[in-house]
Design a protein around this ligand. Sequence first.
Ligand code: ZN
Length: 328
Amino acid sequence: MQTIQGLHHITAIASDPQANIDFYHTILGQRLVKRTVNFDDPGTYHFYYADEIGTPGTVLTFFPWRHMKRGMKGNGEATAVSYNIPSPSLTYWQERLQKHTISLAERQTRFGQEVLAFSDPDGMTIELIANDDAATLQIWEDGPIPTQHALRGFHSVTTWVEQTRPTADLLVNQLGYQFVGQEGARTRFQGASNDVGLYIDLLERPGQPTGSMGAGSIHHIAFRTVDDEEQQEYLTKLRQQGYHVSPVMDRQYFHSIYFREPNGVLFEIATDAPGFLYDEPVSDLGMSLKLPAWLEKNRAEIEQAVPEIQIPQKIKSVSQSGKTGAKQ
Ligand code: ZN
């Protein structure tokens, strides 16, 4: 059995779907590669933002519930999503975000890398981390960001925990992560690949309140596994260790199992296959509402129920200053 390569996707909760698209697709330049619905609540969208093709390790997904109250960050949940950027692009991003009146936290250095932090429209923390290691992904060429400055997949996810030790044991002994180092209350672990979505940081906050889910909360984080067979081995092994692991669920673009780690964060293990090109070609990704076969019969009803949204296509940058020429 291979060890876990890194992150597959991260799923969060939003409120206004249009504000979510405007922020991730248009400002951050993460292509909306899939527009579908929450399979358990088909009147709600499920958006997937990623590189051009939905490479695992670049995929951030949202359930936007329009009237959802804001969540409260706390222990037992993931609290920040971090993307890689090339270090010369820090200034570009600082200027672009300021131009869009997004307030930036003071720049900090973490494990020797510069971190630019800010919040999305629902208060979720996003960080851009200067990291010049090569990342295998397909940058969205028609996106709003000049190629040299585009985000390069996930760097890491930060989780807040009561106690580092039990989650560290799970990561290292069951999932094959390696200890990288400790900086203050933060401990970093690294997946087995040398690619995107490599790190998970545990921030120990003993005695602090647990989080409550709402808009701006990260619902779960998913790790990559290559195929169904390997996923089954994880399922068996984790159950043997006493984890309550869900049965395999068909998420149309991947297959998933879920369990809570000892501090309460919801973990998922998702397969790379079949991927986002399963039901539409690269050129069409995200342009229409996709439904799994079992919901197709309700399409008319579902299309009526979901809110109307505008998705700018081909918003290629017209200059390096970050101006965009938005075309529908
Ligand atoms: Zn998931």
